[in-house]
Design a protein around this ligand. Structure first.
Ligand SMILES: Nc1ncnc2c1ncn2[C@@H]1O[C@H](COP(=O)(O)OP(=O)(O)OP(=O)(O)O)[C@@H](O)[C@H]1O
Length: 584
């Protein structure tokens, strides 16, 4: 393509987006296209499309897993999501099948090519030629036949930074919204991140984020390394920093501590790809949850998990780690707090509904949380709060692996891993008739019982404390370490922590502020009633817990359920303590 000097000077005076369109129109003319040419997309034979799809199988799989993100962001708008390879050939097409006229339907189907050479200026072809994201709206298309549509496309890059194709969102011109370009970009980021994280031979996955809370965000940096530190790939954000990073030094640092300031504004958090479990702030002491690897194996077979534990013991935290470590990491994690949804909305939000299903419903219907979790994990927190009618409906979904949205008679197939959690003893609720027994058996393929802080062994408590301090240090203007003296650790260890890790974390946050950069000591801690105040004869936590258990059981005439309720412990924990005491 040639642009003569006069054209060049005229072009440089236009706003950037317009310059880009102008360059593309010039190319279109040079390809010999005429504005009034028929829109006659070149369509590849099916066997070639199949071959191309195989070449991009991994990418297409991740794109498919990210569909709930698209559905959530576009919420039933009439548009299509497309992926086209570097030749502009559409290999993936999802979304509203009814939009566009007949010719456009053919042109937006798998196998059709949107390269500028055959279609002139259009978002797919132009994003490929320019290697940047672009929206082409209505009449900005070179061919008049395409003036009725608007499209936004964002390039997808491989872990080594090569162009793999583009993700495009197309709609009728009048229905195109500005945020469609953003959605295309987010979808591209989600796919690129999954490609980096799931590289063969990746041993280390390094996350670069301003703080622990941003670790999961699609815009945080991700780098994949071999065991010897050789770079395998990086996502977009991390690629910007690659030249500034001293990877061997970072790896050496990681082996000592797990969260290290890299430069102003960027902290490094490590994950080991072998286990694919976050090893930094997201690390539970192994002794707290010895059956976690079993949980991952069961998840690989889609066996539902039940996480039980008092409030603040880290149920939600654990589920997020399991998600990251599982084969569904590239899929969504949809967390629903069943206790927080108003009962009149719960079924609609969970199971979804079709247009006009009930008065006040969203015009275009909603997919619902269950379908949003397709190819990912549905985390039903506080499942004990589900009303009986919703329990029945959920049971049917689990049995049939299909969900029937409200107002619809057609079940829709859905594939998700269920993880449920509750701080209530569900077995107890079954006994009381407030939770369906058949649902209890369905959701409880395997129970992960999280201990309360009272039950932590000393070394686990210390390890958790160190981890929380490291995590909080990262938030505090990148203090690399916050220390705490022995007396203060002892004071913290002796408190009974009804709010568990959440409460401990809050107290540490306060202490860090009061310590003003110095080592934390008892003067920085609030007055915490010590467990020793409850029982002066012993400071041994286990025997204190045992004593409480026995005492409470006696008060409740040996009724384990009643004692469990009173102590806010699970019945399993009570039985375990009784067994240890030789009383069961
Ligand atoms: N192993 C851990 N390491 C570091 N922080 C943790 C760990 N487990 C939990 N936390 C932190 O403790 C707090 C409470 O955790 P989480 O919300 O997962 O508890 P929960 O059991 O789901 O509570 P609830 O039942 O009240 O919803 C969060 O801030 C979380 O980040």
């Amino acid at each position: 393509m040639t642009i003569n000097a006069t054209n060049k000077a005229a072009l440089s005076r236009l706003p950037q987006a317009q310059q880009l369109v102008e360059r593309s129109w010039q190319r279109s003319r040079e390809y010999g296209l005429n504005k009034h040419s028929r829109m006659d997309p070149f369509c590849l034979p099916i066997s070639d499309v199949k071959h191309k799809k195989q070449q991009h199988a991994l990418l297409l799989g991740y794109l498919n897993s990210s569909l709930p993100l698209f559905e959530q962001l576009q919420q039933g708008r009439r548009c299509r999501l497309l992926f086209a390879d570097t030749q502009g050939t559409i290999l993936f097409s999802a979304g509203d099948p009814y939009f566009g006229n007949q010719a456009q339907k053919i042109a937006l189907a798998n196998g059709a090519s949107w390269h500028e050479q055959s279609m002139g200026t259009n978002a797919i072809g132009t994003a490929l030629s320019e290697q940047q994201e672009v929206s082409i709206l209505g009449q900005q298309h070179f061919l008049a036949a395409n003036h009725g549509i608007s499209c936004s496309a964002s390039p997808v890059l491989s872990p080594s930074g090569e162009l793999l194709g583009v993700i495009d969102i197309s709609s009728d011109m009048g229905e195109h919204a500005q945020d469609m370009l953003l959605t295309a970009r987010l979808m591209a980021l989600a796919v690129e991140n999954a490609l980096v994280m799931n590289q063969h031979h990746a041993h280390w996955i390094l996350n670069l984020a301003p703080d622990a809370g941003s670790l999961q965000q699609p815009w945080s940096g991700i780098i994949a390394l071999r065991e010897d530190g050789q770079l395998l790939g990086a996502n977009r954000s991390a690629r910007h920093w690659l030249n500034e990073l001293d990877i061997p030094a970072m790896l050496a640092q990681l082996q000592q501590g797990q969260l290290t300031p890299v430069k102003q504004g960027i902290a490094l958090l490590s994950r080991q790809a072998g286990s694919r479990i976050a090893r930094s702030v997201a690390d539970n002491a192994p002794a707290q949850c010895p059956r976690e690897s079993t949980a991952l194996k069961l998840m690989a077979r889609q066996i539902p998990l039940l996480v039980q534990g008092e409030t603040g013991t880290g149920k939600d935290h654990l589920v997020r780690r399991l998600h990251q470590a599982s084969a569904r990491a590239a899929g969504p994690l949809v967390a629903v707090n069943c206790g927080a949804l108003p009962s009149e909305l719960l079924e609609a939000e969970l199971f979804g509904y079709v247009s006009g299903a009930f008065t006040g419903s969203h015009k275009q219907g909603r997919p619902g949380y269950i379908r949003a979790a397709n190819h990912g994990i549905l985390f039903l927190d506080e499942i004990g709060e589900l009303p009986l009618a919703a329990q029945t409906r959920l049971l049917r979904v689990l049995q049939e692996k299909a969900v029937t949205p409200l107002g619809c008679h057609e079940p829709q197939a859905v594939d998700f891993q269920l993880i449920a959690a509750s701080h209530k003893d569900l077995a107890d609720m079954v006994e009381q008739g407030t939770f369906r027994q058949d649902l209890y058996f369905r959701i409880n393929g395997f129970t992960l019982q999280l201990p309360s802080l009272r039950e932590y062994e000393e070394q686990d408590f210390t390890r958790l404390l160190e981890r929380l301090l490291t995590e909080l240090a990262a938030k505090e203007a990148f203090l690399s370490k916050i220390s705490i003296d022995e007396e203060a650790v002892h004071r913290l260890r002796s408190y009974h922590w009804p709010g568990n890790i959440r409460q401990l974390k809050q107290q540490l946050e306060v202490a860090i502020v009061l310590a003003e950069g110095q080592s934390i000591n008892v003067t920085h801690l609030p007055e915490l009633p010590q467990m020793s105040d409850l029982q002066p004869r012993t400071r041994d936590l286990k025997s204190l817990t045992d004593q409480l258990v026995v005492q409470t059981l006696n008060e409740n005439n040996g009724n384990v359920s009643a004692a469990a309720r009173q102590l806010n412990m699970s019945r399993t924990t009570i039985y375990a303590r009784l067994k240890a005491l030789g009383k069961h």
